[in-house]
Design a protein around this ligand. Sequence first.
Ligand SMILES: NC(=O)c1ccc[n+]([C@@H]2O[C@H](COP(=O)([O-])OP(=O)(O)OC[C@H]3O[C@@H](n4cnc5c(N)ncnc54)[C@H](O)[C@@H]3O)[C@@H](O)[C@H]2O)c1
Ligand SMILES: O=P(O)(O)OC[C@H](O)CO
Length: 329
Amino acid sequence: MEKIAMLGGGSWATALTKILSENGSRVHWWMRSKDDVQHLLRTRHNPRYLSSVAHDLSRVLPTTDLEEAVREADWLVLAVPAAFVQSTLDKLGRDELKNKRVISAIKGMIPGKNVLVTDYVAERFRLPHTRLGVVAGPCHAEEVALEKQSYLTIGSPDADLAEEFCQLLRNRYVKANPAEDLDGIEYCAVMKNIIALTGGIAHGLGYGDNFQAVLVSNAVQEMRRFVHALNPQPRDLSASAYLGDLLVTAYSQFSRNRTFGSMVGRGYSVKSAQLEMNMVAEGYYAVKSIYELNRKLQVSMPITSAAYHILYEKISPAIEIELLKEKFK
Ligand SMILES: NC(=O)c1ccc[n+]([C@@H]2O[C@H](COP(=O)([O-])OP(=O)(O)OC[C@H]3O[C@@H](n4cnc5c(N)ncnc54)[C@H](O)[C@@H]3O)[C@@H](O)[C@H]2O)c1
Ligand SMILES: O=P(O)(O)OC[C@H](O)CO
């Protein structure tokens, strides 16, 4: 039986815990809230996220003791929003991940540092990238709870690690495939949130499906330019780990980033949109990281720039989308 430490109490941690435990792994599930752990132990349900899922407590072990969860496990799965990675992992000693394999299920960067989560983990815990991987692909936690057919990609420079984690995930409704492009997949997973958020802003302003389709087409080119500038290597951006993930976030009713953007387009302030959603829209933080990273690279990134101006410089969404409209073909 594989032993996994799952870090995070949100929707994605809940969905991954369901998949992994139902496939036979033992999941030491760390979350911050004592009340949520107690509730899970009493009722088998996470009170706040995907609460329809009943967990099998012979294989799911909820805890607020991070060190214990990590000590017991061979694999660590990171599923807290990127903004909380540093504060969560700083509770662990630098050698505590020695001999562990770490999978990031996070689609975001470390705010302030503007580094990928896997790069942060590699540096902080002195781990080679061959012990690291990412879970990517178009997969909403809500659809996992409903056992709808889903596809995941595990990106890692170590093909064996990627395949082993795929085996832990595959089931009747989840297909999982390995891929080697760790950086490219991780950057595109960060960027698709920015695109969906900007599409949401346009939607909130009253733009329709025609505009959204052109925004997404232009976004693919923006992603290609940026990822190639950072990490030039042949990659097929039409694969589901890249384009598929962008499409689900840009069009799904479950998308946090599109919902958040749509609220901003309709006139909500960033603060009030964040307060009203019980969930984290990673794109808000990603905009700042990618925009700042691009100060050095100087790649043409009209969509990211528009989102940055709206969210961080308080420029009117109507003006920014109007300017963007003129740049699209
Ligand atoms: N939800 C999905 O369908 C999905 C799918 C793929 C990837 N992801 C990624 O998974 C990551 C987690 O997102 P989510 O959707 O599960 O989150 P969520 O919005 O469902 O939940 C928010 C989580 O943040 C936690 N949190 C809030 N403040 C915190 C703090 N100070 N320290 C630690 N944790 C804190 C909450 O406890 C909760 O667990 C994100 O990077 C997201 O992009 C989500
Ligand atoms: O689609 P969103 O905005 O909810 O983001 C969550 C995940 O990244 C989807 O793959």
